[in-house]
Ligand binder design. Structure first.
Ligand code: DC
Length: 208
């Protein structure tokens, strides 16, 4: 079984995808971490986030073992990832890895922006997880402020809005629900309630 979980920044899709993978005995891939890791590697090398050919080369040499690096969660890396992710050659360089991961038995849950539309258009179930920008900024701010109390809510909200715009308006694999995706709005749901709602959608889709 392949489950695609797409949605904007800080929608809760990563936590949800991990919980669904545990529930159904599937492997989990956070595809945002691939783009974050490419951004990290580019920043450590040339630092030029707008050179598609050079970034695609970095993406081709990405070591997938390094995508658990906690440094990828730092403020700023998400935005850099969103910039490198605009470039079609960079996306192309990461495509085969994602598809191979999804196809390997017993299947997988992948979360990202274009899983249901581009990476796994034949996924068994597609969820598109949303929440208001304010609710997402509150969640992200709470996480970041635990490590650094000086981070303010308004700058987190501004970054989320910038990323939403860049990820949805780009030409290459923009953030959007697949035509056959189930929408899950988590603005007023905690993680347990979102998990329960996702399971209900999946079970309903599985039964003939
Ligand atoms: O899910 P995330 O916030 O960790 O993703 C970081 C950035 O990576 C996101 O702003 C856009 C890009 N991304 C993408 O373009 N396609 C994906 N499948 C996953 C992430």
């Amino acid at each position: 079984m392949i489950i695609a979980v797409d949605g904007p920044a800080a929608s809760g899709k990563g936590t949800l995808a991990k919980a669904l993978a545990a529930q159904y005995g599937l492997r989990h891939l956070d595809t945002g971490a691939l783009y974050r890791a490419v951004a990290r590697d580019v920043m450590a090398a040339s630092g030029d986030l707008d050179d598609p050919a050079a970034i695609a080369e970095t993406a081709r040499h990405l070591d997938p073992e390094t995508i658990d690096d906690p440094g990828l969660r730092k403020p700023g890396v998400g935005e850099a990832a969103s910039i490198v992710a605009k470039h079609a050659p960079v996306r192309e360089a990461l495509l085969a890895f994602q598809r191979d991961f999804a196809r390997r038995p017993p299947g997988a849950v992948l979360d990202g922006r274009d899983i249901g539309t581009v990476v796994c258009p034949d996924a068994d179930i597609k969820l598109f997880v949303t929440a208001s920008a304010e609710a997402r900024a509150e969640r992200r701010h709470r996480e970041l402020a635990a490590a650094d109390a000086s981070i303010d809510y308004d700058s987190v909200l501004a970054e989320i809005r910038r990323r939403d715009a860049r990820d949805s308006e780009r030409a290459a694999a923009p953030l959007k629900p697949a035509a056959d995706a189930h929408l899950l709005d988590t603005t007023n749901l905690d993680i347990e309630a979102a998990f329960k709602a996702a399971i209900e959608l999946i079970e309903a889709a599985k039964s003939p």
